[in-house]
Design a protein around this ligand. Structure first.
Ligand code: NAD
Ligand code: USQ
Length: 382
């Protein structure tokens, strides 16, 4: 299959590109490399050292004998998207290329506007490129579980059957997103759903939970293939942050009570899910929604788990309950359905103490790269 990985220089995108290439697919990456600029803007960097995209692709060729084409450009520029589609003629596109941090989108007006323009316009351009150049191309779009928020009823996979005044319909599940970033994903979902209906595009929206872990089979093979992992207060996410904090002796940053419950998954399962979606494409005109996570945890549960595993490694990690910078429920009901990917054959890597130990070990190895000044949360919702 000819598969385009938009956002292929990022945390999920780079290992995905290698995963598909290893399995014999023809892979191209499209990325503006803007994520590396946000590191500079925020004065932070990946815990692990990462090679340039050019070097990554060259190293992969040397190690595997396989070629990955790299297109550097911005999806918000239609001439770029058009060129990539005309030259590469993708049969599927995995679209990761968005500003993905909720705190970044809440820094101020400029960051909120940037996030929504970047994400919504980029996705619209991809939809037009599919319509005009590759109408059969399957759009595999990364959405987020955060589109749903935390309603006091079970969360379904994309749609809910509703009875109202004696009539019944299956409608998009109500959305109560957590931030301007999460809102951008809702806007994308609406645009994609409409394009499927109007133009007969095939699309799968993967409402992904929080991704943890770092290493995949391919990224382990050589230093030049290492993936990025974020620990800072803007791009770092809950479990990965806690492991790195434990390793460097920084109190684990639980926001408020820590009763916030979310869906989580191992990065190796991100690759599996995206592959399953690609191998079982949506029909023409179909807008499929899968909830992409494997387990639910509260933030405090994860911090306590990291604390326990760290203790077995001789580390006494403390938990700090920081004032919550976000507006969110700290105690709530949460039960989200996630069976569609399991039905397609997903074999989850459930959270293990070994994975936590491996992350703590990795963080110890690179502890000199950790800057304590960027760990605390800075963006405030109020
Ligand atoms: P990331 O920031 O590491 O990677 C995103 C990549 O997209 C970067 O390399 C960036 O340079 C590129 N990009 C951004 N805007 C672009 C544009 N306009 N044109 C071209 N390239 C652009 O993010 P990630 O953690 O790999 O997340 C990938 C996707 O998965 C995102 O859409 C995110 O919303 C979604 N997601 C991530 C997580 C998670 O925990 N990391 C969880 C759920 C969903
Ligand atoms: N949290 C803490 N301490 C921390 C970091 C986070 O208590 O140090 C809490 C947050 O308040 C929140 C929860 O942990 O309640 C999750 O926060 P997060 O930063 O780990 O993840 P989030 O902001 O939700 O965003 C991440 C990705 C995003 C993706 C989303 C999936 O950055 O791209 O869409 O996870 S989901 O959470 O399902 O919306």
């Amino acid at each position: 299959m000819r598969i385009l990985i938009a956002g292929g220089d990022g945390f999920c995108g780079w290992p995905t590109a290698l995963h598909f290439s290893e399995r014999g697919h023809e892979v191209a990456i499209a990325d503006s490399l803007i994520r590396r600029k946000w590191d500079e803007e925020l004065g932070t960097q990946s815990l692990t050292p990462i090679a340039s995209l050019e070097e990554r692709v060259r190293a992969w060729k040397e190690i595997s004998g396989k070629e990955i084409r790299a297109y550097v450009g911005d999806l918000t520029q239609y001439d770029f998207v058009e060129r990539v589609f005309r030259e590469f003629e993708p049969e599927a596109i995995v679209h990761y290329a968005e500003q993905r941090s909720a705190p970044y989108s809440m820094i101020d007006r400029e960051h909120a506007v940037f996030t929504q323009v970047n994400n919504v316009v980029g996705t619209l351009n991809v939809l037009y490129a599919i319509k005009e150049i590759a109408p059969d191309c399957h759009l595999i779009k990364l959405g987020t579980m955060g589109e749903y928020g935390t309603p006091n009823i079970d969360i379904e996979e994309g749609y809910i059957r509703i009875q109202h005044k004696g009539r019944e319909d299956v409608l998009p599940y109500p959305k109560q997103p957590f931030s301007f970033y999460h809102l951008s994903k809702v806007h994308d979902s609406h645009n994609i759903m409409f394009a499927c209906k109007a133009w007969g595009i095939r699309a799968t929206d993967l409402n992904q939970g929080v991704v943890y872990g770092l290493w995949t089979e391919e990224t382990k093979r050589d230093e030049r293939l290492y993936n990025r992992i974020d620990y800072d207060g803007v791009f770092g996410t809950a479990l990965n942050r806690f492991c790195i904090q434990a390793a460097v002796g920084y109190d684990l940053t639980v926001y408020g009570k820590g009763g916030q419950t979310r869906g989580f998954l191992d990065i190796r399962d991100t690759l599996q899910c995206v592959e399953l979606a690609a191998l079982h494409p949506a029909d023409r005109g179909e807008f499929r929604v899968f909830n992409q996570f494997t387990e639910q945890f509260s933030v405090l549960e994860l911090a306590e788990r990291v604390q326990r595993v760290a203790r077995t490694m001789g580390i006494e990690a403390k938990i700090a309950h920081l004032e919550n910078p976000r507006v969110e429920k700290e105690e709530h009901y949460y039960n989200a359905v996630h069976t569609k990917l399991l039905d397609l054959g997903l074999k989850p890597h459930l959270l293990s103490d070994d994975l936590i130990r491996e992350l703590i070990d990795t963080a110890r190895r690179y502890q000199d790269r950790v800057d304590f000044q960027v760990i605390a949360p800075t963006a405030k919702w109020r």
